[in-house]
Unconditional design. Structure first.
Length: 71
């Protein structure tokens, strides 16, 4: 398997970091929606869509950080 160049890995890591922040922000915006607030009022938990966005955002962000600072 061929090794990726450092610049390609850095670009991919930056894209993952930005995507992670974007997904987390989108989840935050979705958590303020009427449907999400209504669900949260009755169940006490976020909707599945909001949780999926938060988890995907965090995973993307941390994988991006790992790739960015890897030697």
């Amino acid at each position: 398997m061929a090794k990726r160049s450092t610049s390609t890995t850095k670009i991919i890591s930056i894209v993952l970091i930005v995507t992670g922040i974007g997904l987390a922000y989108w989840g935050y915006q979705q958590s303020g929606s009427y449907t999400s607030q209504l669900t949260q009022a009755f169940t006490g938990a976020y909707t599945d869509k909001v949780m999926t966005l938060y988890i995907a955002g965090a995973a993307s962000f941390f994988v991006g950080l790992y790739l960015f600072f890897r030697k």
